[in-house]
Design a protein around this ligand. Structure first.
Ligand code: PMV
Length: 322
């Protein structure tokens, strides 16, 4: 049985969330917690998916039925990715897909986009199509938009390219600005954020207070440009200050919550260069940039607020074959 195993990283937004949905740039880093997918040719004519991390077991459909009839929530991205690949590159062989995640889909690490990218990469390998990274990004991003309707694609780009990237919505600019010499501490708030819902709330706020919200986005854009420069110079003190300023703007947008604020304050009081929420807000994770000698203190401080530390390394490799 012909099979391939593909792996893609999770991600964390360093600077620029929300504004990136409105055409501004952001900085995102890939993390070494990965999502793996094994794809096998079965010799049949069915699509079969096992994704135990999202409670999908032995979900089966004839290939001809992809995208039709009901799809379990946990299978939506994978099924759509297979359908989009089939429509673009055409194949008739039955497939068994098995996913295995090193992180919970509740963390906001981008499991949907990572699994989408894995499927497109795996199918391109198994059917020997030569897809460039940009081809993989484009088809994966189309898939994510087909399923969830909104999204800048930063998470897709991070899963494809890995490292730390400067990203403009839709993949208009994707620039690797790798620097592995920073220490991030990630704290999980304990609640899963509903990204689409929060993106809709921000859109509503922008309708009501356009000038104010566009002003916030313009200010975030400046922070991202500064942050990129500080990262390239390994100026962590100023990168941390930039994170703090970004957090103020996110609070003005109304997307932070008390639990995240407590974790962020605790990290700063324990000596972090800076701290902020990461992603849509409303839950998920916060991150703190730590001086090398403060790692233990900051971890303890975050834990003392009830946050759960998730050990990660930043700037991990993008999608690859195992
Ligand atoms: O909640 P997350 O980690 O998927 O991040 C969402 C980031 C937003 O900028 C709010 C949305 C987007 O698609 O860029």
């Amino acid at each position: 049985m012909k099979e391939v195993v593909v792996s893609a990283p999770g991600k964390l937004m360093l600077l620029g969330e929300h504004a990136v949905v409105y055409g501004k740039p952001c900085l995102v880093t890939a993390v070494n917690k990965r999502l793996n997918i094994k794809v096998s040719l079965t010799g049949g004519r069915d699509f079969i998916l096992n994704a135990p991390d999202v409670s999908v077991r032995s979900y089966k459909k004839p290939l001809a039925m992809l995208g039709r009839a009901e799809t379990p929530k946990g299978a939506a991205f994978v099924e759509k990715a297979v359908l989009n690949f089939k429509e673009r590159y055409s194949f008739e062989e039955g497939l068994l897909l098995e996913t295995d995640s090193e992180f919970s889909s509740g963390f906001g690490f981008g499991s949907s986009s990572a699994s989408t990218v894995c499927v497109i990469k795996a199918l391109s390998e198994i059917f020997e199509r030569k897809l460039s990274k940009k081809d993989i990004f484009d088809l994966s991003y189309k898939t994510v938009l087909d399923v969830q309707k909104t999204g800048s694609g930063f998470d897709v780009a991070s899963a494809v390219y890995g490292g730390t990237i400067y990203f403009v919505a839709g993949g208009e600019e994707i620039e690797r600005i790798d620097n592995k010499s920073f220490n991030l501490i990630v704290g999980y708030s304990g609640t899963k954020a509903d990204t689409s819902e929060i993106v809709r709330e921000v859109a509503k706020k922008r309708e009501e207070e356009k000038e104010k919200v566009d002003g916030i986005f313009a200010a975030i854009e400046i922070l991202v440009e500064n942050g990129k420069k500080f990262m390239l110079e390994s100026d962590w003190e100023n990168f941390g200050k930039t994170m703090n300023e970004n957090q103020v703007l996110l609070s003005q947008l109304g997307v932070s919550i008390g639990k995240l604020d407590h974790m962020i304050d605790a990290a700063r009081n324990a000596g972090a260069y800076g701290a902020k929420l990461s992603g849509a807000g409303g839950g998920d994770c916060m991150l703190a940039l730590s001086p090398p000698d403060k790692l233990g203190d900051i971890r303890k401080a975050i834990e003392s607020t009830g946050g759960k530390i998730i050990d990660i390394e930043a700037s991990a490799e993008g999608v690859n074959m195992l």
